[in-house]
Design a protein around this ligand. Sequence first.
Ligand code: AKB
Length: 325
Amino acid sequence: MKNILIIGATGQIGSELTMKLRKEYTQGDVVAGYIKGAEPKGELLESGPSEEVDITNTFQIVQAVEKYNIDTIYNLAALLSAVAETKPQLAWHIGVGGLYNVLEIAREKKCAVFTPSSIGSFGPSTPHLNTPQDTVQRPTTMYGVTKVTGELLSDYYAKRFGVDTRSVRFPGIISYVAPPGGGTTDYAVDIYYSAVKGEKFYCPIKAGTFMDMMYMPDALRASIEIMEADPSKLVHRNSFNISAMSFDPEMIYSIIKKFVPEFEMEYKVDPLRQAIADSWPDSLDDSCAREEWGWKAKYDLDFMTKDMLAHLKVKLANEIETPAI
Ligand code: AKB
């Protein structure tokens, strides 16, 4: 039995991960931690307990951990890369200050902690093709700085205090459920919405800019499998490269066009996002995750595109039939 607290449970990954954890761990409590203004709704609210847990508020974290006898914390609170660049102080406060709060509480209460890192933890001096697990990490964004700091801090707590910290470096995550907000890879979600709505897509990232991406079902599975992995087999902890597919805007556009032939795309490059994308790897080598805990992605670009388009058609048609009041 596990009692799990998800901090950031109403965000892009959190809302889906909370539901999946509730389906998989039916014996214990899976608590949706949210911040004011981002309260859980619908199925997320009704399917289990929720608590206001702001990662910058240690009192709220301790209260939730004690109330539900939490043994595992999924720390998903973060500002994504492009937003973090416009609010670097807040990004540090949440990404590093928040993580420190979580790790200190985990040390005292003996909780395991999952904190995702990102392809954003790499920078321009990192080898960009098939980026190795252990390599140069000198990011030039505040998002990346918080992610590298988070990896180091989490490894420190594991080594120094025996806190069971684990992590994966997420690529851009693509999903038809909750929209992302403020990421550099978000174009790869927005493009599907435009295609299904019959709108022209204005791409903020240049042709030829390759980034690693992953479909949400694989990302959710990775988050659970790493926490279930046999610790004696883990050489690394914070954080594992995981990979599923790497593409540029031309590749995703042409695959969508196979299914939506009238779909049009034009480039309207956003200099901030482009600079961030240019500093990130084109593709990651995830062989350590494969060897140490059996990681393997299931979705490639083709398989994901079929699934995204099918689900988005239903979702957007339902939204037209039942407009939000
Ligand atoms: C972002 O684009 O900021 C995120 C990420 C790759 O970490 N999706």
